[in-house]
Design a binder for this molecule. Sequence first.
Ligand SMILES: Nc1ncnc2c1ncn2[C@@H]1O[C@H](COP(=O)(O)OP(=O)(O)OP(=O)(O)O)[C@@H](O)[C@H]1O
Length: 344
Amino acid sequence: MTIQENRERPERSGGEQSAAEPSPPDAGGSPAIAVEGLRKQFGSGPEAVTAVEDVSFSVERGSVVGLLGPNGAGKTTTIKSILGMVLSDEGSVRIHGIDVYDEPRRAYAHVDAMLEGARNDYWRLTVRENLRYFSTIGGVDPDSIADRHERLLDKLDLADAADQPVRSLSRGMKQKVSLASVLASEADVVFLDEPTLGLDVESSLTLRRELRRIVAERNLTVVVSSHDMDVIEDICDRVVIMNEGRVIADDSVENLLHGFDARGYRVTSADLDETVVADLRDRFEVTEIERSGDRTRVEVATDSDGFYALTAFLRSRDVTLDAVETVDWDLEDVFVELTRREER
Ligand SMILES: Nc1ncnc2c1ncn2[C@@H]1O[C@H](COP(=O)(O)OP(=O)(O)OP(=O)(O)O)[C@@H](O)[C@H]1O
């Protein structure tokens, strides 16, 4: 790993093993990342803030896991604790089965990260030089993976800027260089904190596509934190949702989306006149009304039980329905609902 500048020294256990002490081999079956009982408190006394409390999760090799949560939920503290940049008070972190406190050098050998949309790229070096530099850190001959670099430059639309110093680039371009530098290395466990922050829509889509391709091609393990649910839904197999320092959900995106009943229904009819709509409003939570020609489409927030009440009401008013659609949950709705439930 190459982002060691801010790392606090782990002092909790024996420290790095000497070269003379052979470390136990990783059996290959352990998860890429295993976090167990992580706890971190900042400050002490009445000012103390427990940023992370009893956080446990694991990430299988080759999977992409999203770490979500509202502001202050503890995502960054969790990521920094995993990376050894923050020394946790309790808990263990294993990368490929290797304890990061016992053997940091070995554990972090194949880890790289882009934190808060940035990374320690060398601004005086050109884009291409940065890619070469960061890929040498793991002991790789950059010439042997030059094709990978060229492809990254091409796919992330950095080819025209490849020989310019990073400092001369726009913020969005610098961000793409950060991501390219992470992906240029041989790291197979990658942490991305807000990788698409501030990127335009097209760059964000390109970046996601390239990330998905690289994950599949290199069996990369990725933990990505983002407030952009489209990004998470697009690239993640699973999400870990945090709130107030704790994990409140840990499931596949598919299960989370299907774990909820319908969010609402849209009904379309030529019989939905002003009076019927006003009565509907009295009885149901109407979230949207759209008139087009002689037809009206009304969206009602209700679950499947409420749907029967809705159709019974419309029948009692002699409304003939032209169309009924379900309003499904997206990840943002699920996230907001789960966080709300926790706070109730
Ligand atoms: N160095 C620090 N000193 C004191 N408190 C801190 C420190 N770092 C984080 N905290 C506090 O710990 C809690 C969790 O913060 P953290 O940055 O991990 O949350 P987050 O989920 O990453 O939030 P965001 O989405 O806003 O980045 C917050 O209350 C924050 O104020």
